[in-house]
Design a protein around this ligand. Structure first.
Ligand SMILES: [Zn+2]
Ligand SMILES: [Zn+2]
Length: 259
């Protein structure tokens, strides 16, 4: 069951005709998924575009697509103080699944190129520590089916000198993820970023295997041609690290599968 769970038909709102407002553009995403033999496709636009989500179009596609399964998701920008707001949103719309992602440490949008300079304003260890603490809280909140791009903090390739330091920071977060039976995604879009590798790193994938955490795949595609990008390489990694558990999500219910 190969599904791309992480796509952004709305992109970043830069298009004049918003892609999610266009059934044709949603269909292009679905056609691409079908052409590369995926079994399903999840639309997971950012929560801050919620007002622009077009559920009529998303449901139309979900109900009319014959050959692949269409899922309606959302990628939340997790802030610990916004849990009630997130809970209300989840309860108010017809989502199949939720992705919890951390793009902010406090009010710093660390993965945005305009604010990259702030990486030099605090010791890197503290930034990694603060980031993984927020990931841990996201897992504890039980609001999410999937944790998005688990080690996004590495986006600009600012890495801790000793990877064991990162391992020590990520372990508590992984334990909470395992305890709450949340899936982690292999997000192939990291390959297109300065860090030039998937999220998460191989040494984290190894721990994910050891903790028997379920894994799903996501391209983070903002355009149809990137749907399912580099999934063959992601599947190779799953095999290499013994990652056999996956999940599928429908109406916020989860089902376990073995790959
Ligand atoms: Zn994200
Ligand atoms: Zn995303």
């Amino acid at each position: 069951m190969l599904i791309d769970w992480h796509t952004h038909p709305f992109a970043h709102g830069e298009e004049e005709v918003k892609p999610c407002q266009s059934r044709n553009i949603l269909k292009e995403f679905a056609s691409r998924a079908e052409a590369i033999n995926l079994d399903g496709l999840g639309f997971s636009d950012h929560s801050y575009y919620l007002d622009s989500f077009n559920f009529d179009n998303l449901l139309y596609l979900k109900n009319s697509c014959q050959n692949i399964s269409i899922k309606i998701g959302i990628e939340f920008d997790y802030f610990p103080e916004k849990e009630n707001e997130i809970r209300d949103i989840i309860a108010s719309y017809p989502f199949d699944y939720t992705i919890g992602s951390v793009h902010h440490i406090g009010d710093w949008n660390f993965d945005h190129p305009d604010y990259k300079f702030k990486f030099s304003q605090k010791p890197l260890f503290e930034l990694y520590r603060d980031y993984y603490r927020i990931i841990e809280k996201a897992a504890e909140s039980r609001l999410f089916n999937i944790i998005g791009h688990l080690d996004l903090i590495k986006i600009y390739d600012y890495r801790l000198a000793d990877k064991n330091q990162e391992i020590d920071l990520v372990i508590p977060a992984l334990k909470k993820i395992a305890e709450n039976d949340i899936a982690v995604e292999i997000n192939t879009n990291g390959l297109n970023k300065p860090v030039e590798e998937f999220y998460p790193s191989d040494y984290i994938l190894k721990m994910i295997g050891e903790l028997n955490i379920p894994v799903v795949l996501g391209s983070d595609a903002h355009s149809a041609e990137r749907v399912g990008e580099n999934f063959a390489a992601a599947l190779d990694k799953m095999q290499k690290f013994g990652l056999q558990r996956t999940k599928i999500f429908s109406g916020l219910k989860t089902k376990d599968l073995m790959l």
